[in-house]
Design a protein around this ligand. Structure first.
Ligand code: 5GP
Length: 198
């Protein structure tokens, strides 16, 4: 039997680009054998989010203690006082389950992971149709204040400029097309047989 070799799939994009929908779709495909990398964050839980499923929700203090102990593969202050990071233990946990890791992570973190594991990682940038469309999607989500939305939009323009540094860019203009494309990219990177349902 072939030895298990854990791979990493990074999906990065500006907030509201639809990357979470794409990541969820991929996780639902059993044959891809993926598990979600649960990030740690110091931000407050919102809406229906579940601790240890969506994020490890921890205090700012605990987050800083992990930084000091070098527990993170990467971390970042994505928004002011809102820290996000990938714990090294999370990757080990998933690989121990003999699954590949999929990340829903911001562009800087995504590129850091690619740099740390250049051969094991497929870094995908999910491109929204336009910044205006992003604004509409974030407003529809109704989970954040106008101020928070403006903060995310300002960041989006900077993030869009990093797209060429990724291995692949998926244009999320029509969701079904983007989902199919994402699936094929993962299949190719894992060198799975496209016609097999295994
Ligand atoms: P949200 O607050 O909308 O859940 O996430 C805000 C941003 O932080 C998103 O772009 C999300 O992808 C990013 N993010 C989530 N987890 C991590 C992580 O572990 N590291 C980094 N660098 N960014 C993350």
């Amino acid at each position: 039997m072939k030895k298990f070799e854990g791979k990493l799939f990074v999906f990065s994009a500006p907030s509201g680009s639809g990357k979470t929908t794409i990541v969820r779709h991929l996780l639902a495909q059993e044959k891809l054998n993926l598990a979600f990398s649960v990030s740690a964050t110091s931000r407050k839980k919102r809406g229906e989010e579940i601790d240890q499923e969506d994020y490890y929700f921890i205090s700012l203090e605990t987050f800083k203690a992990h930084i000091k102990s070098d527990d993170f593969l990467e971390w970042e202050e994505v928004y002011r006082d809102n820290f996000y990071g990938t714990l090294k233990s999370e990757i080990e946990r998933i690989w121990a389950l003999k699954k590949h890791v999929i990340f829903d992570i911001d562009v800087v973190g995504g590129l850091r992971i690619k740099k740390k594991y250049p051969n094991k990682t497929l870094a995908v940038f999910v491109k929204p149709p336009s910044v205006d469309e992003l604004k509409i999607r974030l407003k529809k989500r109704k989970t954040e204040s106008d101020e928070k939305i403006s903060m995310r939009i300002a960041k989006a323009s900077i993030e869009l400029a990093t797209a060429p540094q990724f291995d692949v860019i998926i244009k999320n203009y029509e969701l079904p097309v983007a989902l199919k494309e994402a699936e094929e990219l993962v299949i190719d990177f894992l060198e799975l047989d496209k016609n097999s349902d295994q």
